[in-house]
Design a protein around this ligand. Structure first.
Ligand code: ADP
Ligand code: ASP
Ligand code: MG
Length: 469
């Protein structure tokens, strides 16, 4: 048996129902038997973080917030269903007590937010963290009921972060001694820690979160701090695939992927793995695998430092929906200094991130993609910024398209390879899809193009035909 622990992280869908949590517990039991010590990291039950955050938003907008009790019932119900299915009656009250306490905290926080009529970033994280603070104790109770000694561990005691609430940056150096001091004694006595994913705390103890999907990051940080044998990210599909299997049914598992490719995939919509995750483990040479909880012996993905790029290979296709394109155009733009800088300064002032930019070589227009709901306010901001130029007709107009999607083709083998773009756009053209804009990813391992929302899936399937593992 290896003395180095394995880190096993389970995503929301891997713990979200009684069947899922039973299966996760099976994977944990088997890994312990076959490998030895494991540290479990869990997400909130699927849908719970979304529900916590949408309730928070609703409470800030409307103090009466009619959906509140419904939200509370759903949260309680999801956890109770698991306790009822997987715990013997005598263990249920203790296990559900934690859930009830968290739900009380949730109610109190909603009250405070409703009174204030606004949510501070700190309050967001106080609410957002509750999902994992319910799922981890429940999963620990389920393991204990199956004879696996387990103890929940709140990552606020383990992971030190900065004060950037909602997207906090962990300090691995400061966290490592805490992680070791808390988890080594458990592991040495054969107890399996069940750590809340997603959560950290500032040095003075305020709860922070690591960004949506951040439980992967928690697993990686623990892996690095404990010098883990491997880190396994368990999800509901067979690893990282050549496309989202929900959209492209014949998507295949990618057996090896570099972390740059993963970052590119995540940035362009395939959020199967939190990109920041990979760094701490890959840099230490700790293998990181993405596996399917529901098919644990099936194919999986190993994340490596550098992919052996096979020239010309397209590996995967991703999709980002719900965008609109904005274009600043005008024949007089050529002579106007700093149009691009002023455009993006105006966009930044609306607190929106731009997903993709293209500029016509003639410099007569700049086109960029933004989340659909941000498009109108940004257009208004640009009209203010360029009021003088518009009046002079140097800039003709700020145009907005209907909804579009970005399809991105990813693969390190595309770097410096001629003909890849040709093959991509031939395939898209043959599928009868009209391409509205094109951009090359910053890292050169991706090519993105914009299509109308209705044509997105057809475009994806067309380019998926070019992928090879
Ligand atoms: P978890 O809750 O386990 O963290 P996520 O929802 O974060 O799971 O990620 C898994 C989901 O990512 C899958 O259910 C799948 O639909 C979606 N997905 C999108 N693109 C891909 C891809 N290229 N490969 C695998 N899954 C993908
Ligand atoms: N529960 C958090 C989220 O939904 C973190 C995670 O699942 O990784 O974003
Ligand atoms: Mg995830």
């Amino acid at each position: 048996m290896s003395p180095q622990p394995l880190i096993l992280k389970f995503g929301g869908t891997s713990v979200g129902t009684p069947e899922a949590m039973r299966q996760a517990a099976r994977v944990i039991a088997r890994t312990r038997r076959e490998h030895g010590p494991v540290v479990v990291v869990t997400s909130a039950l699927s849908g719970i973080t979304d529900l916590l955050l949408s309730s928070t938003r609703a409470a800030a907008q409307n103090a009466a917030f009619p959906g509140r009790e419904q939200a509370v019932e759903r949260i309680l119900g999801a956890h109770q269903a698991i306790a009822a299915a997987l715990l013997p009656p005598e263990r249920r009250p203790a296990a559900l007590e934690t859930v009830r306490r968290r739900v009380e905290t949730f109610r109190r926080l909603l009250d405070a937010i409703a009174v204030l009529g606004e949510v501070t970033p700190r309050a967001w994280d106080a609410v957002a963290s509750l999902g994992e603070r319910m799922s981890a104790p429940l999963l620990a109770a389920v393991l204990a009921a199956q004879g696996i000694p387990a103890q929940p561990s709140d990552a606020a005691n383990l992971i030190v972060t900065d004060r950037a609430f909602q997207n906090a940056q962990p300090d691995l150096e400061a966290s490592t001694p805490r992680i070791r001091a808390r988890l080594h004694p458990l592991l040495e006595t054969g107890i399996t820690p069940v750590v809340t994913g997603f959560i950290g705390a500032t040095p003075d103890g305020l709860t922070t979160t690591l960004g949506r999907g951040g439980s992967d990051y928690t697993a990686a940080l623990l892996g690095a701090a404990l010098d883990a044998a491997e880190v396994h990210i368990y999800t509901d599909v067979d690893g990282v695939m050549s496309a989202d299997p929900r959209i492209v049914p014949d998507a295949r598992t990618l057996p090896r992927l570099s972390y740059r490719e993963v970052a590119e995939l995540a940035y362009f919509g395939a959020k199967v793995l939190h990109p920041k995750t990979i760094r701490p483990v890959v840099e230490r040479g700790i293998p990181l695998r993405v596996r399917n909880t529901f098919n644990p012996d099936g194919p999986d993905t190993l994340i490596v430092a550098r992919a052996e790029a096979v020239s010309g290979t397209v590996k995967a296709v991703t999709l980002i929906r719900d965008l609109r394109l904005l274009t600043v155009e005008g024949r007089g733009m050529l002579g106007v200094p700093g149009v691009a800088a002023r455009t993006f300064a105006a966009v930044a002032a609306t607190d929106t991130s731009v997903v993709l930019i293209t500029q016509a070589s003639s410099e007569q227009s700049i086109t960029f993609a933004v989340p659909a709901e941000a498009a109108e306010p940004i257009a208004a901001a640009l009209e203010r910024t360029f009021a003088a130029e518009i009046a002079r007709r140097d800039i003709d107009r700020i145009a907005i398209t209907p909804q579009v999607a970005i399809v991105t083709v990813v693969g390190a083998g595309m770097q410096h390879t001629r003909g890849v773009a040709g093959r991509i756009f031939t395939a898209v053209g043959e599928a009868g899809v009209n391409v509205l804009a094109i951009a090359q990813g910053s890292s050169e391992v991706a090519i993105s193009f914009v299509v109308e929302a209705e044509e997105a899936e057809a475009a994806m399937r067309a380019v998926h035909g070019l992928t090879r593992a």
